[in-house]
Design a protein around this ligand. Structure first.
Ligand code: SAM
Length: 221
């Protein structure tokens, strides 16, 4: 099986199960036009995030790594009327594009985008007594995965769901040589989740339009 098949099957999933979505199509088109890298989650993955928000009954969501806000919009759509996503982004250009996409998708009132290094924004959130968050999606600079997981634990409560993206990396997660900082970050996520008594987790390998990767998912006891 090849990447071509994975992409065709992702197309089949979307065309069979999802309504046409001109808003999300326009969001991805705006991201392209504005030169953002196409490293957002796929539509099928975005829908999974939205479903997880609903399954968890989440009202407070935290996302680390906004890009153009594609995954943020999916999660915002899963929230109740009084729900909120706080999303953290380092790059001012990404944040500008994301804000315009939130307007386009009609979710601006549900999204609080914080610009700056996520580690600083997380410390600020704690000092504001923000949270506890019901669902936390980690999808930023991978070497910081253990730091983000550590912050996630501080901003969580019993029952919080934590999702950490891109932890399989074409299978490179098996490499122990430490040559690739993103792989080191992926392995650190496994070490953290496996070593944290309050977390019960697994990881799922995925193929699709975004290639071969996977995500870790855990619940806080
Ligand atoms: N979650 C997005 C989606 O699926 O639509 C994709 C996020 S993209 C994989 C990672 C984002 O994290 C980029 O926009 C990048 O600028 C941002 N980022 C990288 N380092 C960061 C940091 N230290 N603090 C906050 N954001 C960071």
């Amino acid at each position: 099986m090849s990447g071509k098949t994975w992409t065709a099957v992702d197309d089949y999933i979307v065309s069979s199960l999802f309504e046409p979505d001109p808003v999300l199509d326009a969001v991805l088109a705006a991201n392209r036009q504005q030169g953002l890298p196409a490293i957002d989650v796929s539509a099928a993955q975005g829908k999974l995030l939205s479903l997880l928000v609903r399954i968890r009954g989440a009202k407070e969501v935290l996302e680390i790594g906004t890009l153009g806000g594609y995954s943020t919009i999916w999660m915002a759509r899963g929230l109740p009327d009084d729900g909120k996503v706080v999303t953290l982004e380092l790059e001012p250009h990404h944040a500008r594009v994301a804000r315009s996409n939130f307007e386009r998708a009609g979710v601006s009132d549900k999204v609080d985008l914080r610009l700056g290094p996520a580690l600083q924004s997380l410390a600020a959130l704690e000092s504001e007594n923000a949270g506890p968050f019901d669902l936390i999606f980690i999808d930023a600079d991978k070497p910081n995965n253990p730091n983000y997981l550590s912050w996630a634990m501080r901003l969580a409560r019993s029952g919080t769901v934590i999702v950490c993206d891109n932890v399989i990396r074409d299978g490179a997660v098996l490499n122990e040589d430490g040559a690739d900082a993103n792989v080191v970050g992926a392995r650190a996520a496994f070490s953290f989740i496996g070593g944290e008594k309050r977390l019960d987790g697994t990881a799922i390998q995925t193929v699709g339009v975004k290639g071969y990767d996977g995500f870790a998912i855990a619940i806080v006891d």
